[in-house]
Design a protein around this ligand. Structure first.
Ligand code: 5RP
Length: 231
C-alpha cells in the first residue's frame, strides 16, 4: 500500500489493518470509506483475505464490486463483526452526527447489527458540541414531508432545510426518502433527548445522531499517520 498523503486516506488505510480473514464487514459510505475500500481490496488481492461486505449504500456496493470486494446483504448476514464508516462530527463521548452522504438510515441499521463499530475521520470533525459545525440530517418519508418539517422544527427547536440536488430537486435517498438538514442555533445541548424527541415524529425515518454505537475512532493526521481512540 502506498503511503497516505491526506488525513482521510490515513484513516482509511489504518482501518483496513483491523480486518481479519473470515470477517463479516459493514461497509460505510463516503470519501473516507472509499480509501478504506481501496486498502481492503489490496489486502484481499495480496494476502488472499476472505471477507464478505454488507454495504450501507448503493454507491458503496458499486465501488466495492468494482474493487473486487465480495458483497452480500444483511438478510444473508444479519450479524456482522465490524463496521467501518465515516462521520460528520464526533464528540468526546463518541457520539456522532452522520448522514452527510445521505446514507444514515442504512448506516444505522448496519452499525446496530455489528459487534464493533469503527469510525474513520479526517481532520476537523472532532467537536466539543454536536451540531456546531454540521447540520443534523433527518431522513423523512416524502408523504406529508411539509407537515413533518413543521414538527421537526417545533419539537427539535431547529431550522430544517430540505436537501436538494444540483438541479434543485429534493435529494432522494436509497430508500426513496427525503432529508432535512437541521440547523441548531447553539448546537445540540442534549443529543439523547433530541434523538428521542425527533424519533417520535410520524414521518421521520431516521435521525442522524448515532449514540452509543461507536466503539473506536480512527482520526487521520496531516502527516499521513492515524490516531486511534477507544471508547
Ligand atoms: C454518509 C456519512 C458519511 O460517513 C459522512 O458524511 C462522512 O463522509 P466523508 O468521509 O466523505 O467525510 O455519514 O451518510
Amino acid at each position: 500500500m502506498v503511503e497516505a498523503t491526506s488525513p482521510k486516506q490515513a484513516a482509511g488505510y489504518a482501518a483496513a489493518k483491523l480486518v481479519k480473514t473470515g470477517m463479516k464487514l459493514g461497509l460505510g459510505t463516503g470519501t473516507t470509506v472509499a480509501f478504506f475500500l481501496q486498502a481492503l481490496a489490496e489486502r484481499i488481492k495480496q494476502e488472499g483475505l476472505e471477507v464478505v461486505g454488507v454495504a450501507t449504500s448503493v454507491q458503496t456496493a458499486e465501488l466495492a464490486r468494482t474493487l473486487g470486494i465480495p458483497i452480500s446483504d444483511l438478510d444473508h448476514y444479519p450479524a456482522l463483526d465490524l463496521v467501518i464508516d465515516g462521520a460528520d462530527e464526533v464528540d468526546s463521548k463518541f457520539r456522532l452526527i452522520k448522514g452527510g452522504g445521505g446514507a444514515l438510515l442504512r448506516e444505522k441499521i448496519v452499525a446496530a447489527a455489528s459487534a464493533q463499530v469503527a469510525i474513520i475521520i479526517g481532520s476537523g470533525k472532532r467537536v466539543a458540541r454536536l451540531g456546531t459545525t454540521f447540520l443534523l440530517p433527518v431522513e423523512v418519508i416524502p408523504f406529508g414531508h411539509v407537515t413533518t418539517r413543521e414538527s421537526v422544527a417545533k419539537i427539535g427547536n431547529c431550522t430544517p432545510y430540505i436537501r436538494t440536488t444540483e438541479e434543485g430537486e429534493p435529494f432522494v435517498t436509497d430508500n426513496g426518502n427525503y432529508i432535512f438538514d437541521c440547523r441548531f442555533a447553539d448546537g445540540i445541548a442534549n443529543p439523547e433527548q433530541l434523538h428521542a424527541d425527533l424519533s417520535q415524529i410520524p414521518g421521520v425515518a431516521e435521525v442522524g445522531l448515532f449514540l452509543n454505537l461507536c466503539d473506536m475512532v480512527i482520526e487521520g493526521q496531516d502527516d499521513g499517520q492515524a490516531v486511534t481512540l477507544i471508547r
